[in-house]
Design a protein around this ligand. Structure first.
Ligand SMILES: Nc1ncnc2c1ncn2[C@@H]1O[C@H](COP(=O)(O)OP(=O)(O)OP(=O)(O)O)[C@@H](O)[C@H]1O
Length: 319
């Protein structure tokens, strides 16, 4: 069974009058235990909206969200609080997400006070000490304040706070993009080690193709609120089918000298977020777009095992 299952989820933000932002448009995806599903796309593609929606920090306009089989949208406030022990989130800016006036041990222990209120003070302390060690912090850091730590150490505190209640899924919203390259690699390694040890599923949001390639088992490529391609990462990287994925990879990865075809490039201007595309969401920017691309709804269709693409001519731009 999937840990997290989003089915036909849309999110529209009302800007007043009749203006709406179509942040997510009919998105379906799932995350299984122990795996990392990476969501990649440029700024404004709907990645953070998706992550927040998975935790019901915001509500979808349409569609369903299930966690371990439970309808998340039907939960009462008390039930939702309980669920948060199993479904955690780590944000991009560690410092902003940590209370500067609390000591590290209290920050990490706070979810236990909320979700494991019957736990004795002694057990709570022991659990916090164990998690501090698991994330690679030293025991003396327990008494410090976030402002006394480096960015990497702060993110380790954020990770410790997220895993202290033994969640089965963590949403990671650009967890390393505010960190230096060397620190970034260490944090990604820590996240991989923790996943191997604890078996958690990760919904990993990133705009960085290199990070995504390193961390993900499966990938969902988003553009303007829609998933345009999804599949096992290795396969999507080796054989991208959607012109947008091809352009994304061509822009970020070194050119293959054996490659005969010119790299895929996007043309024209992107659709405004307040316009909903009826056909392909990339129409107008796509190097191989045709009239039929806007005349019909473009759905995700299988091109290989577990590999789906929302394009009427997959593989066409050959980037
Ligand atoms: N509260 C809101 N009110 C109105 N529009 C919003 C709101 N939150 C997000 N949006 C819009 O929804 C679209 C998707 O935003 P979202 O933050 O999910 O994208 P993103 O892919 O995470 O981008 P980034 O990488 O820049 O964070 C954007 O056009 C954004 O401006």
């Amino acid at each position: 069974m999937s840990l997290l299952e989003l089915a036909n989820v849309s999110k529209e933000f009302d800007l007043g009058g009749s203006t709406r932002v179509y942040a997510l448009d009919d998105v379906s995806l799932s995350v299984n235990a122990g795996e990392t599903l990476a969501i990649i796309g440029e700024s404004g593609s709907g990645k953070s909206t998706l992550g927040r929606l998975a935790l019901r920090l915001i509500e979808p306009t349409r569609g369903s969200v299930r966690f371990e089989g439970t309808d998340v949208l039907a939960l009462s406030a008390a039930e939702l609080r309980k669920l948060r022990a199993k479904l955690q989130i780590i944000f991009q800016e560690p410092f902003e997400s940590l209370n500067p006036r609390m000591r590290v041990a209290d920050i990490i222990g706070e979810p236990l006070a909320i979700h494991r209120s019957k736990m004795s003070v002694q057990d709570r302390r022991a659990r916090v000490a164990r998690v501090i060690e698991q994330v690679g912090l030293t025991p003396d850091m327990a008494k410090r304040y976030p402002g006394e730590l480096s960015g990497g150490q702060q993110q380790r505190v954020g990770i410790a706070r997220a895993i202290v209640t033994e969640p089965s899924l963590i949403v990671l919203d650009e967890p390393t993009s505010s960190l230096d390259l060397s620190v970034r690699a260490q944090i990604l390694q820590l996240l991989a080690d923790l996943q191997a040890e604890l078996g958690m599923g990760y919904l990993f949001i990133s705009h960085d193709i290199h990070t995504v390639r390193y961390v993900s088992d499966r990938i969902a490529v988003m553009y303007r609120g829609r998933v345009v391609e999804t599949g096992p990462s290795e396969q999507v990287f080796a054989d991208p089918q959607h012109p947008y994925t091809q352009a994304l990879l061509a822009a970020a990865l070194p050119v293959d000298p054996d490659q005969q075809l010119p790299p895929a490039r996007l043309v024209g201007d992107p659709l405004s977020p307040t316009q909903r595309a009826h056909g392909c969401v990339l129409y107008g920017r796509c190097p191989v777009g045709e009239d039929r691309c806007i005349q019909t709804e473009v759905r995700l269709v299988p091109v290989a095992v577990d590999h789906e693409v929302a394009c009427v001519k997959p593989g066409a731009s050959g980037g």
